[in-house]
Design a protein around this ligand. Structure first.
Ligand code: BDR
Ligand code: CA
Length: 309
């Protein structure tokens, strides 16, 4: 089993990613750390605990950053995408258990020190917690096996602005810090996640065969697909951004990656948060990550559907 920490801003697709990870026997989920992003960090923590309750999972949840490293929160209102509660307006009460005391960054460092070169960190929200972890313990970059980051848009348009993807845009300095740190990164950006669509028809099966968990995930995903259809008429589904990052942690061959030097625009007037990849034949610097550019969407979707509910 591969030990992982999942860092989330739960979020509808984060919820699907959590279900996928918890249901995957290849992964040992050591803990789920939370950050601001789709919702506040308090809401992300609550939503994560609620999703875990539906999964009958006791995996620890550790709250982290409530705001970007240096800025006031940048990201716009996501109520129209994730609902008033972040989970498609499915919230019906508070979770029975609480998050752990302590901070996400400390948990990440502690877990990495316990298993040198073994830990995979999958981030599907802002990179603030990971940046804080590396700042507090620079040796983390040598201690982890790999970081799989859902974020960025290297060869395709952004989603929150014409050029920026939401997780990077929400804390561009944190992302740039992580990118420069030397930690081994696989970038799972919009380049690949926009090709992995979950068709709405699959929700029927979740409702019929998936018990209370299936109904819960189907209700929130219906809300998400409605939002996707408003922005992309005729799309008939939603992108599986965060689940694809979990999928890549399980099986890296779901995507084809290219080694590349990628930087974040932290000053741009029109392109703040853009992930700028040096795709020239003779780049100015050596690669700092592997960037996913192609995905075997059919094989990934089959795998995801076989696990999530
Ligand atoms: C990313 O932004 C968030 O809204 C989603 O949960 C996903 O992590 C997609 O750009
Ligand atoms: Ca997310």
């Amino acid at each position: 089993m591969k030990p992982i920490i999942l860092d989330v801003d739960t979020g509808i697709d984060d919820s699907l990613a959590i279900a996928y990870a918890i249901h995957s026997p290849e992964l040992e989920v050591l803990g789920i750390t939370t950050c601001f992003g789709n919702v506040t960090v308090e809401e992300a923590t609550r939503n994560t605990l609620i999703v875990l309750e539906h999964l009958d999972s006791e995996v620890p949840v550790i709250p982290g950053a409530g705001k970007p490293l240096f800025r006031f929160p940048l990201k716009g209102n996501t109520v129209h995408i994730h609902g008033h509660d972040g989970i498609g307006n499915t919230l019906s009460g508070e979770p029975a258990r609480s998050a752990l005391n302590g901070h996400a960054a400390g948990f990440i460092v502690e877990q990495a020190r316990q298993r040198p070169k073994e830990l995979t960190i999958v981030t599907v929200g802002t990179l603030t917690n990971l940046a804080l972890a590396i700042m507090s313990a620079p040796e983390l970059v040598e201690l982890v096996d790999r970081v799989v980051i859902m974020g960025g848009a290297v060869t395709v348009p952004g989603n929150v602005t014409p050029t920026a993807e939401a997780n990077i845009y929400a804390d561009p300095e944190a992302a740039e810090f992580v990118f420069r740190s030397g930690i081994p990164i696989t970038l799972v950006g919009l380049d690949v996640t926009m090709q992995t669509l979950l068709p709405r028809r699959e929700l029927q099966g979740w409702r019929e065969k998936g018990g209370q968990l299936g109904g819960f995930l189907a209700d929130m995903t219906d809300f998400y697909i409605d939002a996707y259809e408003r922005f992309n008429p005729g799309i008939g589904g939603c992108a599986l951004h965060d689940p694809l990052a979990v999928g890549v942690a399980i099986d890296p061959s779901f995507i084809r990656t290219v080694p590349m030097h990628v930087q974040v625009d932290v000053e741009g007037v029109h392109s703040l948060g853009r992930t700028v990849g040096d795709r020239r034949s003779k780049p100015a610097s050596g690669p700092n990550m592997d960037v996913g550019l192609e995905v075997d969407a059919v094989r990934f979707l089959d795998h995801f559907l076989s696990r999530v509910v």
